[in-house]
Design a protein around this ligand. Structure first.
Ligand SMILES: [Fe+2]
Length: 300
């Protein structure tokens, strides 16, 4: 099946204290505010009009995972597949101003996705003055699902996402889209939620700056830096004041040879052997990372 979904489009989060989250997103991570209005704030790391939408709300929770398709036809093709995949259409209009087309749907497991055409991008407006580190782009999102096999089946049927790698018990799995990055979406088995969202770093020195900048704000990394085996990307994680976990990842391995590619299945689940198959280098995942959960907003 063709990849209708190309890449991560955006992420919407409900937050109770937007000022605190905005301060950390700008002063630590280095995003910039692109729109501020009653009820919501838009942030971006580059020339895209928005990558992260903060909805000012009475709870801290993930609201919608936005997946980018390249054309209106691709969005409409995805829309036509939603019902047959067992999911429910919530809207056939784009949720963000300036986006040509979008379809939002809910999964039976309680996740909400929007497949939408690309967000407006100012190609030569990528860099902005900031004391924060300054990542390149939002590159992947890991969601939590009580039935990740069902979630994968839905995303493959609707958006043409494909499995790239999984743990044999499906406690963790990864899916790729049209940009062939090893994963644009990760799935963690558990109570429905958001495990982390990730921005791409372009050079390793940015981890040093991240660690030092977090220290200035009285914070520390949760895990990292290190290099994951699945995806072969470097990583570091920290949590923000809303309780969401943010990853800073390097450019991942890409699956260019799609025809000959066979998804890897990790069968070694027990430590210490599991440490080597999950990590190229760096310390094993701490309990705080393994048990992290950020809720997903209830879908009415
Ligand atoms: Fe990740």
């Amino acid at each position: 099946m063709t990849h209708l979904v190309h890449a991560i489009g955006h992420l919407k989060l409900n937050v109770t204290d937007p000022d605190a989250v905005i301060a950390e997103a700008t002063d630590i991570l280095g995003l910039h505010v692109t729109r501020r209005e009653v009820g919501q704030t838009w942030l971006s790391s580059n020339g895209r009009a928005v990558e992260l939408v903060l909805l000012h709300a009475a709870e801290n929770a993930a609201h919608t995972v936005g997946l980018e398709a390249l054309t209106v036809d691709a969005v409409r093709a995805a829309e036509a597949r939603v019902a047959a995949a067992g999911c429910r259409i919530l809207s056939t209009e784009p949720s963000l101003e300036g986006v040509a087309a979008g379809v939002t749907f809910a999964t039976p497991e309680g996740l909400r996705f929007e497949i939408h055409t690309p967000i407006r991008d100012e190609l030569y407006g990528r860099r902005h003055a900031s004391t924060g580190v300054g990542p390149n782009r939002m590159d992947h999102i890991n969601v939590m699902s009580p039935d990740p096999v069902a979630t994968r089946r839905q995303l493959e049927a609707i958006g043409g996402l494909k499995l790239s790698e999984r743990l044999v018990d499906d406690s963790l799995s990864w899916m790729y889209g049209g940009n062939r990055q090893h994963h644009i979406l990760g799935l963690v088995k558990g109570v429905v939620g958001l495990h982390h969202y990730s921005f791409e770093f372009l050079e390793f020195n940015q981890y040093l700056r991240l660690g030092d900048t977090l220290d200035r704000f009285g914070k520390q990394m949760v895990w990292g830096p290190g290099r994951h085996r699945p995806g072969d990307n470097t990583y570091a994680y920290y949590t923000d004041s809303s309780g969401a976990m943010i990853e800073c990842a390097s450019a991942m391995a890409v699956i260019a040879d799609d025809e000959a590619f066979t998804p890897n299945v990790i069968t070694q689940l027990e430590r210490p052997g599991n440490v080597r198959v999950m990590n190229v280098w760096g310390t094993p995942a701490p309990l705080e990372w393994r048990t992290h959960h950020f809720p997903f907003a209830t879908i009415s």
